[in-house]
Ligand binder design. Structure first.
Ligand SMILES: N[C@@H](CCC(=O)N[C@@H](CS)C(=O)NCC(=O)O)C(=O)O
Length: 248
């Protein structure tokens, strides 16, 4: 059963265990605002369980995915991690000393944010493709597995692994430039940091990248995880296991 508590006047996060909505929990905790949490457990492997989850998620938004943010007026429901993050920043992190996220200060910053979001989306598509091939080769009937494994190995070797390696090399270089602690520079995380956290975790936990060769990304992840808000979010999030290959 999902745990529910919703009230008018506070945003509500529709959260899914072991998923990207964990980073929205992080953002909500960073901002220190009152919010309600409606948490769905990650279903077991059966198709029926998955359909039940999607039916439940579709009650609040037709896409049937998490995260969803029901805005404080109880009306509009936002989806898409990046849109939710920017909404939260622009709505609740107005400025002055109470700013918890770094905000763009000029056109260069705006372009850089979009560039970093683009890298996060690139990871999403490459890792998503790897996971799909992997899932197919594990779940397919025995007789077709050799063919699927062949296609999978080709796709990994020719495109997906080199692409993922290239993106991580780029992220490493972005942190190296000027000794940045956060991807937008400065002394605090930005929306792209929060977004990237999930995609980096997904790649690392799936075993698709080895951070021993990426000390700056490793250090950045440790900085993210040292934040009290991250720890509080994890306690509330009901699990954050993204090792999908390990679960099949
Ligand atoms: N593009 C969406 C992706 C949403 C999405 O695929 N969420 C996954 C969890 S990471 C989900 O709801 N999965 C449940 C399902 O597919 O049934 C975003 O940025 O939020």
């Amino acid at each position: 059963m999902a745990s529910t508590s919703m009230s008018i006047g506070r945003p509500t996060l529709i959260h899914l265990q072991d998923s990207s909505s964990q980073i929205i929990l992080w953002a909500l905790e960073e901002l220190g605002i009152d919010y309600d949490l409606h948490s769905h457990p990650r279903p077991a492997k059966s198709i029926a369980d998955l359909e039940a989850l999607r039916t439940a998620l579709k009650k609040t938004h037709p896409l049937g995915k998490a995260p969803q943010l029901i805005l404080a007026d109880g009306g509009r429901v936002l989806t898409q991690q990046s849109a939710i993050l920017f909404y939260l920043r622009e709505t609740y992190d107005k400025g002055g000393d109470r700013r918890v996220f770094s905000h763009p200060e000029n056109t260069e910053d705006v372009v850089r944010e979009q560039y970093l979001i683009g890298l996060a989306r690139d990871i999403d598509s490459k890792v998503g493709a790897k996971l799909m091939f992997h899932g197919m080769s594990v779940l397919a009937p025995f007789v077709v597995r050799p063919v699927l494994n062949f296609v999978r190995r080709k796709a990994d070797a020719v495109a997906l692994d080199p692409d993922i390696g290239g993106i991580f090399a780029q992220l490493e270089a972005e942190l190296e430039k000027g000794g940045r602690e956060w991807f937008m520079g400065g002394d605090r995380p930005s929306c792209p940091d929060v977004l990237l956290k999930y995609f980096v975790d997904l790649t690392v936990q799936s075993g698709y990248v080895d951070l021993r060769a990426r000390p700056r990304i490793k250090g950045w992840l440790e900085r993210c995880e040292a934040r009290e808000a991250w720890k509080r979010g994890l306690e509330k999030g009901n699990g954050y296991d993204l090792d999908w290959p390990g679960k099949w």
